[in-house]
Design a protein around this ligand. Structure first.
Ligand SMILES: [Fe+2]
Ligand SMILES: [Fe+2]
Length: 239
């Protein structure tokens, strides 16, 4: 039988969404790198496996069944609506807000904190890349996945698509998730884990808090797509 440490981080995150809080707090990658086993991912994050197992057991005891998102059981149409309403809206709203905070902090504190001048273009690139990425999902990939689900439900032929197999646009989206994740990881590094300098002004503190929340939300967003929606789309294609 497979032990917990042999399971992939992705499997654990799907089985118990509360485990995501543990992965976030320990810096264990559960979205882009979710295919690693728990023991490999823990070693990569430099966290003792016993500590990870203790914390996972604790959140499993504390989590209520109603908190489970059960996205693997619900129609993909509902999952897509959730991703757009919760996560795409969040990215659009927060990109604007963080851009404006970054401009203020860079203008005022850039000379004393040159890391901000490095973070600013990185975040601009993330915002631009994600804006295009989400449009491709909302206008091409997601509607196609919904059409596939509808065809399977009705026993009708699969819809045709200019891209051939759904695995092609999925591979593109996964690669773009990796790019955005890598840029945010670089921002995390430059900001020393989003630690504002001592005595920093409230705008500086708000900026780092906003960036930290942006990264956390993106991890969850990518988890829902890479680990649940896209594998379900591939299954639908083979149905
Ligand atoms: Fe998305
Ligand atoms: Fe995406």
């Amino acid at each position: 039988m497979q032990t917990v440490t042999e399971k992939t981080v992705r499997e654990i995150a799907i089985e118990n969404p509360a485990s995501i809080r543990v992965f976030e707090s320990l810096g264990i990658d559960y979205c882009c790198g979710g295919k690693r086993s728990l023991s490999e991912a823990s070693a990569q994050a430099d966290v003792a496996i016993d500590s990870v197992l203790d914390q996972l057991a604790q959140v499993a005891r504390d989590s209520q069944p109603s908190q489970s998102e059960e996205w693997n059981e619900r129609p993909v149409r509902d999952l897509i609506a959730h991703i757009i309403e919760e996560h795409h809206s969040f990215v659009r709203r927060e990109t604007l807000r963080i851009d404006s905070l970054l401009a203020k902090v860079a203008a005022k504190h850039g000379p004393a904190h040159p890391e901000i001048l490095q973070i600013e273009p990185l975040f601009t690139a993330i915002g631009q890349e994600l804006a295009t990425h989400m449009l491709k999902e909302e206008h091409v990939l997601f509607p196609y996945i919904e059409q596939m689900e509808q065809a399977v439900r009705k026993g009708a032929p699969m819809p045709s698509a200019c891209f051939g197999s759904v695995q092609r646009p999925i591979a593109n989206m996964v690669a773009e998730h990796d790019d955005a994740g890598a840029l945010l990881a670089r921002i995390r590094q430059l900001s020393n884990g989003y630690t504002a300098p001592s005595g920093a002004c409230p705008t500086f503190v708000a900026l780092y808090r906003g960036l930290e929340e942006f990264e956390r939300d993106l991890h969850h967003h990518v988890h829902l797509e890479n680990n649940i929606l896209f594998p379900r789309a591939v299954e639908l294609e083979h149905a």
